[in-house]
Design a protein around this ligand. Structure first.
Ligand SMILES: [Zn+2]
Length: 241
């Protein structure tokens, strides 16, 4: 007789077993907007890679600076050709920011990030954000502004691909992750991230051995209970000492 072993994680729980479930990013957007309505002074939010451009876009339009680590595996995309007098510069988006494409003498393509001088914020019905950029050039240094919030034109459907024209908030980040500011903001992610990581690592293959969603949930609650108990015991001992 075959013995079936089901391994599941929270992400594997099906909608049928857990009808109230949202994907993590959607749930986060709802939660962030709930907080923003009650705390309108909120200006910035940090989270992890679960947030993609589609999730960041509405929060950015609400006026927030949204920092998350960048999702890997995004191919560079052509953004626009910048023209000024006799100058032509082909601009691309790569690694979350605007880059100048250069072809090296051995024919390789190289994307050089353009310096972001300022993240500008302009209030309107939907808040707009811009990168004020410099294009270093032998003729003269050029400056330009590029929107880093989603525009109505971005949302139009391209008839040839049947997809949104440009997923701007996926490719262009208000704070590019691989920068000094980005590395600092990464440290502001919620402490529960390290708990999630420890939880994953405490099982072989980073999988929780459980049959179905309810059983998995029981393990998660048990883990949270244990974790909180350890924290409580340590704090109690510290206060007593
Ligand atoms: Zn130039």
């Amino acid at each position: 007789m075959k013995r079936l072993i089901a391994y599941t994680t929270t992400r594997d729980m099906t909608a049928k077993l857990d009808p109230h479930r949202d994907d993590e990013g959607t749930a986060f957007v709802k939660l962030a907007r709930y907080i923003l309505r009650r705390a309108p002074g909120l200006r910035a939010i940090t989270y992890d890679t679960a947030l993609r451009g589609a999730h960041r876009a509405p929060l950015i339009a609400d006026g927030l600076v949204v920092f998350t680590t960048q999702h890997g595996g995004l191919a560079p995309e052509s953004l626009q050709r910048f023209e000024d007098g006799s100058c032509r510069h082909d601009l691309y988006v790569a690694e979350g920011r605007v880059c100048k494409r250069l072809i090296t003498d051995d024919g390789a393509t190289h994307y050089t990030p353009l310096p972001v001088e300022e993240l500008e914020r302009r209030e309107s019905k939907r808040t707009r954000f811009y990168h004020r950029l410099t294009i270093p050039c032998q003729v003269k240094n050029h400056t330009l502004r590029i929107r880093v919030d989603e525009t109505p034109e971005d949302r139009e459907i391209d008839p040839s691909t049947k997809r949104q024209r440009f997923n701007r908030t996926e490719h262009l980040r208000q704070i590019p992750p691989d920068t000094h500011a980005g590395r600092r903001l990464k440290g502001f992610r919620q402490d529960s991230e390290s708990q999630h990581s420890r939880f994953d690592q405490s099982y072989p293959h980073k999988r929780v051995p459980a049959y179905r969603a309810n059983a998995a949930l029981l393990i998660y609650i048990g883990y949270a209970w244990l974790s909180n108990s350890v924290a409580r015991a340590k704090i109690t001992r510290t206060l007593a000492g």
